[in-house]
Design a binder for this molecule. Sequence first.
Ligand code: FES
Ligand code: MG
Length: 594
Amino acid sequence: MTMTDRPKLRSRAWFDNPDNIDMTALYLERYLNFGLSLEELQSGKPIIGIAQTGSDLSPCNRHHLVLAERVRDGIREMGGIPLEFPVHPIQETGKRPTAGLDRNLAYLALVEVLYGYPLDGVVLTIGCDKTTPACLMAAATVNIPAIALSVGPMLNGWHKGERTGSGTIVWKARQLLAAGEIDDAEFIRLVASSAPSTGYCNTMGTATTMNSLCEALGMSLPGSAAIPAPYRDRQEVAWRTGKRIVEMVAEDIKPSDILTKPAFHNAIKVNSAIGGSTNAPIHLAAIARHIGVELPLKDWETEGHKVPLLVNLQPAGEYLGEDYYRAGGVPAVVNQLMGQGLIAEDALTVNGRTMGDNCRGVAIEDEKVIRPFAEPLKEDAGFIVLSGNLFDAAVMKTSVIGPEFRERYLSNPDDPEAFEGPAVVFDGPEDYHHRIDDPSVGITPETLLFMRGAGPIGYPGAAEVVNMRPPAYLITEGVHALPCIGDGRQSGTSGSPSILNASPEAAAGGSLALLRTGDRVRVDLGKGTVDALIAPEEIEARRAALQAAGGYAYPASQTPWQEISRSHVGQMNTGAIVEGAEKYQRIAQTRGLP
Ligand code: FES
Ligand code: MG
């Protein structure tokens, strides 16, 4: 392609606009002040943003500060000009009250940057859980050429000869601590062993999930998602990503060309095969709404439930990030699904080729880590979507139902997919932590644990707290998991078979607010229902009483954004986005500029 064939660059409106020479001069002068030249800025070279999510506050993504140098090299090599800028930090483990609150804040801010500055294309530096959806959501809204670069997972963690995986080891260590088998110092040593290098969680938590799904959507280079952060291959793919975005600008490949409905369905299938996180439906719904694709929650069941689990990573399996990469990563998984006709092969990807062309024939290099389709770890490993008289929609990751849970709850030969028991209800994580080990609460192996007040409004941003452990006195008796149901989220690193993301949440008028400790609740996984066994008149009487008392109470906002978010955020079944933001689509044409 020659210079004259190229589409008119968006950045020309700032830097090379003869109709508005006074503003052009003003725009130019400040970008010259750190050493760029007029010759560069007026040469017709594309200006490429590097949306930098790494910082000292964001350890998972911090290695992007290093990788950005190779991204810049790649951009320069292809004749582009890199301009790096910060994205609002979102550290999953560090942000209080929850990183979930900041996904939409980072999204809104990145939209303003991509819309309001002279950028022709952007490299999105993704990694830690919410950084991936925040960046993809913003790229979807503005719709300038965009490519994502994963920072990659940490190296495998080890402790006494065993793999210790991010997050997953915490759930195990908490049980050991609660049972008195380790002390506080050993608890910290065990947890820290899972984080041996720079990078994000090495388990199939939300980060590995979302980075894999970003590649499955076609938004990052094939084979790039699984490369561990410290590997030299990660540096190389940073350079190739920088090169490729310059070509994408010339070819005018935009997010709307890639993020199509078949691409989302590909991602749902891949999510089942990798054993992906229950946060994925929230984030994919958000990305889909911002690009204008219909993706109802039910699609996770109809497209994804029948797909088997192929990737043997913790928490559903045994291995970790390095093993996933060596076994072939996302392309090897996609190739297995393609063999069964499960993938829309003609979906376009950022490299200008189709998903089918990228992944066809990619072999599995280690069948212990990625199983062939014919020998899966589990059949029907996708999510099921549940509803009933307590909520309209919730999801459950069936791939993590273990033998102990199956034996205790799903072994009635007359009713093998249903169970019921008395509810114990907690109002937020503080209430749970305060009371879980109190024997007077009366938790037994038959109890169903409920968590409410933990949704996008109740615990602003939605807390990852529904996966509750049993009381210590039951753990010592060998009860390692009770059924958990709630209007919050669950960490992707947890292996708990919980019913999550219940919408609408108690704080938004959902009927979970009406449940009382002692009510019996029936769960039918076959029918996809969760129902409190309470008469409809009783439910209505409780609703009237709650409304008369002013509705479900939750703690007051503590920051301006918490308050703003609470008044605008939607529910998790529809992506928990800033409602109304979805009407702004394909806004790359900036006001006041030709
Ligand atoms: Fe950042 Fe898991 S905490 S990826
Ligand atoms: Mg998380």
